[in-house]
Write a new protein. Sequence first.
Length: 178
Amino acid sequence: MRAFHLRVAEAVRPDWEARRAFYSGDLARRSLEAMRGTSRLVIEGDGLAFGAVLTFFEGERDATLAEERLSPLHAELEPTMRSFGEFRRVVDLTGTVLGAIRVNAPAFGMPALVGAGLSDPPPPIPGQQTAFLTRLRASDRTEAFVHVATAPPRDTWPGATFLGRGVVVHVDRGDAMP
């Protein structure tokens, strides 16, 4: 069963240019390979209020061991991550992909919606031009979803602990997403 890691962080004093440069660079590519990720989606929140990274894995074991597998790159990763500025972690979930719809691979500039909460998210609103939608469940039973569309998704989640609208700023192997 496919697995994921979703990290969402509130931007406190961000350096978005440094973050974008990292994800488009060689070190990010090598880190995705080292952790055995199958694909990655990077989102920036509207008004640059948050940053989100969703990484997919073939299975839960790969997701669980991802940080350990990155240890040979830590000497390079740590200074680069500090160059991003200051972010406060809001959501950090690892778990199972419950389901996904991929009409097209997510692409740079597409609107996105990211949510996490302790209850089931409501279904997407019919008629939206979905490119990619995935529903996730973390090991602590927190539910999450990421919805990428050709127009801003109108989904809502009144019981969410985090819900943010943004835009896709980077995709690795979008055609390999579930």
